[in-house]
Design a protein around this ligand. Structure first.
Ligand code: NAD
Length: 452
């Protein structure tokens, strides 16, 4: 690999900028610096650390237009989404900082003759390895709790989106003591070197295959792991569902961010009695989506983030059609990195498109007869991040309880009430983010007991 990592705009193919690649051999020294810096940082209280970081939220909000534009030029999502991601990150930061501080503040437990101090101490140095699809939010989900829990962090962002991740770290570093948050740039080799270095925890969000490699590499040192991996989320639509709401949900959740979302709807199961009606309506809705220049007003869908992603999506569509699926909309390549919004019917579970993560703008629809069949089909996946059921409330809720996924929405998306963790089942992950349980994974839990 060369000395610089060039970031390309997926909409134009033009370079956006570059960062120096961190030589893998230097990463142990960077981690050693993080250990130095974390001593004073970890000695403060969690609330003090939260107060130090809170002003970073306002800076992100102030700079949302500029940073959102950088995000879009590196990753390709529509500009309003790019700006929205930065704003959302900044606006939520102060309240999240307080929530994390509360979760990791020591507590006292009492019993007969004994008082126990339950402590959530820093682990040491956390390595954070992140993907490109939410290139500021994914680093933020790890970096903020790791820091407020008193750790130092070495962030290795995706090689596809190094500039926006660096900009995020630079904003936090306006407020942090030196060495507490460092970034390293590069591809697999830098990720491997970070996992191999003297880190106490690896927080990883990315693909299942990389997650597996990281787990194997972390085994030697028995390093703690948080793995947020891929998925193949199902949507079940039952007879009696509010079809307008179900179609609106599918139209958004199959195509948002060009399908490059870990909780995208990647499999659609519709009861046979309403399958044709649902399909016709979804095709109409998907026809309104216009792929184009993500900075242009008319565009509602940008390009795929990289050529390899486009090739993968088109190969899955071709394979499905070759095996008997029917193209109801799209299915084709557009110039550059663009793929048409696609609706397929007649798909089956022996097609790759119903098994392997697509990460593209495709809605593959399969009809089912009854609730048992819907549950069996939804659970026939190695993944289990999110799932959504639309239908009569009680029946939909009952089905939701039978689905092997971490986050399930009934007549709504998967996002829960404040405090809900972000959690995957099966091969979609190990551990979780957010909520007190999520924040405490960045801590060494300890008890100190004495006679009362
Ligand atoms: P990826 O696994 O290819 O890469 C993720 C990161 O790992 C990158 O920074 C990469 O450089 C690094 N890496 C690659 N090989 C490594 C190795 N051997 N050791 C250490 N680090 C290594 O994933 P991606 O293509 O960047 O992201 C897309 C994937 O992320 C999808 O599968 C998506 O579902 C998943 N994702 C999951 C969630 C979630 O919350 N579960 C959220 C967003 C994205």
């Amino acid at each position: 690999m060369s000395d610089t990592l060039i970031s390309y705009n997926p909409a134009t193919g033009e370079p956006v900028g570059e960062v120096p690649v961190t030589p893998a051999a230097e990463i142990p020294a960077i981690v050693a610096r993080a250990h130095e810096a974390r001593r004073a940082w970890g000695a403060r209280t969690a609330q003090e650390r939260a107060e130090i970081l809170k002003p970073a939220g306002a800076v992100l909000v102030e700079r949302a237009d500029e940073l959102g534009s950088l995000l879009t030029s590196e990753m390709g999502k529509p500009l309003s989404d790019g700006i929205g991601e930065v704003k959302h990150t900044g606006e939520g930061l102060p309240a999240e900082a307080d929530e994390i501080a509360r979760a990791v503040t020591p507590r006292t437990l009492t019993g007969e003759g004994v008082t126990t101090e339950l402590r959530y101490d820093p682990l040491g140095v956390a390595g954070a390895i992140t993907p490109w699809n939410f290139p500021i939010l994914m680093p933020h989900w790890m970096v903020l709790p790791a820091l407020i829990a008193g750790n130092a962090v070495v962030l290795k962002p995706s090689e596809q989106t190094p500039l926006i991740a660096q900009a995020y770290a630079d904003v936090l570093n306006q407020f942090l003591p030196e060495g507490v948050l460092q970034t390293v740039h590069g591809e697999d080799d830098q990720g491997k070197a970070l996992v191999a270095a003297d880190v106490n925890l690896i927080a990883f969000t990315g693909s299942k295959d990389t997650g597996r490699k990281i787990m194997a590499a972390a085994a030697d040192g028995l390093k703690r792991l948080i793995l947020e991996l891929g998925s193949k989320d199902p949507l079940i639509v039952l007879d009696g569902a509010d079809l307008d709401a179900a179609v609106a949900f599918a139209a958004r959740n199959c195509f948002r961010n060009c399908g490059q979302v870990c909780v995208s709807t990647e499999r659609v199961y519709v009861q046979d009695t309403i399958a044709e009606d649902f399909t016709a309506r979804l095709v109409d809705a998907a026809r309104q989506i216009c792929p184009g220049d993500p900075t242009g007003d008319a565009c509602s869908m940008g390009p795929m983030a990289m050529p390899a992603q486009k090739a993968h999506v088109l190969a899955q569509i071709e394979d499905a059609v070759r095996r008997g699926a029917t193209l109801r909309l799209g299915g084709g390549s557009l110039d550059g990195n663009y793929v048409q919004p696609t609706v397929l019917t007649g798909v089956t579970h022996d097609m790759d498109i119903m098994q392997t993560e697509t990460f593209g703008p495709v809605a593959p629809i399969m009809a089912f007869k009854d609730a048992d069949e819907a549950v069996t089909l939804a659970n026939d996946s190695e993944y289990g991040l999110g799932a959504v059921v639309f239908g009569p409330e009680e029946l939909a809720h009952e089905i939701a309880r039978r689905i092997d996924a971490g986050m399930i929405g009934v007549n709504r998306g998967i996002h829960g009430a404040p405090g809900s963790p972000w959690v995957g089942a099966k091969h979609s992950g190990i551990g979780y983010h957010m909520g007190p349980e999520g924040h405490r994974q960045f801590c060494q839990v300890r008890t100190i007991s004495r006679n009362a």
